[in-house]
Ligand binder design. Structure first.
Ligand SMILES: Cc1ncc(COP(=O)(O)O)c(C=O)c1O
Length: 393
């Protein structure tokens, strides 16, 4: 008993971890899981199983005995394929030997780059609403998160002037995520050009999480790394979880200038050793032969987006048309409810789960996230129920 008590003593824990909040999504899904028969627009995860050819290739690679460690950086064959893929689809050329590292998802890549560049007290600028991990990842790396809020008035794109106003002598990097979780926003060429100019003027690193980039429905996705003189100051993060429906494989990668990748490699080498070999084999197959299946899933997300967004607007919840990813982020302000109360009441009264916008930062108040990574039938039913709910509140 005595021992158990002493383990709960916060003095035994690092203070920056004690003060770290738990993810707002997790609390909410404890509630969802305790109820049966819920339509979930909550989970940010493809509803598709990993395409069969990727699963079969992975099984075969295990049967062939590919079960040992790989190089710390990852299989060279995979890094070569990543380098070809990124060159072809994003117009940036990376040396697979020195400028690419295979990681345990984008999650690990993000952790590595932040730990590699942050000295305690360094500031990292990022835009909110954003992926739930960003703020905590910065804090865990002893950095200071500096928020640039975004809103529907600018289609959830961060204004370059707001980024410039957030820059201080302590700023180390600007972090971007487009298409964005939770808003589906994308950045146009003019915006990334202005942000690139700022990064060069203030000598900042840019960390760009482009995990949803294949799932771009309107316009062309362009990475900031491809702009003139940006490759040498940008770390491009990407992975397989979303477009290839491979969340459980835990595989991603980072490409960037040698000095940054090498620093990330040092941390990865001591903490992770290498990404799982079977997941690397799966990633290789996805990049070599996965385009057709990936495009099929993308078309289905596109069809769902074109249904869910007008349905939300018809229900009276103003929703900016997301350009990519699989999230809609409607305003619920006209209901007079807070985001948390909207999500709780809608769940209790109509058994549909959406995520309160505040889970993605305080400027997410007044919004909820609806993931359309669930079947068309579920989305149709959820939209019927949301209209009834909004009409009654
Ligand atoms: C913007 C963003 N980045 C990174 C991740 C994590 O990706 P991975 O599964 O590759 O670790 C997610 C997952 O939801 C995400 O939304």
């Amino acid at each position: 008993m005595k021992e158990a008590k002493s383990l709960r003593d916060p003095k035994k824990l690092a203070s920056h971890i004690v003060s770290l909040p738990k993810s707002g999504i997790r609390d909410f899904f404890e509630l969802v899981n305790s109820m049966g028969d819920v339509i979930s627009l909550g989970i940010g995860e493809p509803d598709f199983v990993t395409p069969r050819h990727i699963r079969e290739h992975t099984i075969l690679s295990i049967e062939k005995g590919h079960t040992s460690y790989t190089s710390n950086l990852g299989l060279l064959s995979l890094r070569q394929e990543i380098s070809r893929y990124v060159s072809k689809n994003y117009s940036v050329d990376y040396d697979p030997v020195k400028e690419c590292i295979v990681t345990v998802g984008v999650s690990e890549a993000l952790d590595l780059i932040l730990r590699a560049i942050i000295n305690p007290g360094d500031e990292i600028i990022y835009h909110e609403p954003c992926y739930v991990s960003y703020r905590s990842e910065i804090i865990m790396a002893h950095g200071v998160p500096i928020v640039v809020p975004t809103g529907p008035e600018n289609n959830f794109m961060p204004l370059p002037t707001n980024i410039e106003n957030a820059i201080s002598p302590k700023t180390k990097a600007i972090m971007l995520n487009f298409p964005c979780n939770p808003t589906g926003a994308s950045l146009d060429l003019s915006s990334i050009s202005k942000i690139a100019k700022l990064a060069k003027k203030h000598d900042l690193i840019v960390i760009t999480d482009e995990i949803y980039s294949e799932l771009t429905y309107d316009g062309e996705h362009r990475t900031i790394a491809s702009l003139p003189d940006m490759k040498e100051r940008t770390v491009f993060l990407h992975g397989f979880s979303k477009a290839y429906a491979m969340t459980g494989f835990r595989i991603g990668y980072a490409c960037g200038p040698f000095d940054l990748i090498d620093a990330m490699m040092k941390i990865h080498q001591y903490s992770m050793l290498c990404a799982p070999t079977l997941a690397q084999e799966a990633g290789l197959e996805a990049l070599k032969n996965g385009k057709k299946e990936m495009l099929k899933m993308k078309d289905e997300y596109h069809r769902r987006r074109d249904f869910i967004v007008p349905s939300l607007n018809e229900a009276g919840l103003d929703c900016v048309m997301p350009k990519g990813a699989f999230y809609a982020f409607p305003s619920i302000k006209r209901t007079g409810l807070s985001s948390a109360n909207f999500a709780k009441k809608f769940l209790e009264d109509h058994k549909v789960a959406v995520v309160p916008g505040t889970a993605f930062g305080s400027c997410g108040e007044g919004f909820v996230r609806c993931a359309y990574a669930t079947s068309f039938e579920n989305i149709k039913e959820a939209m019927k129920r949301i209209k009834i709910f909004v009409d009654r509140v």
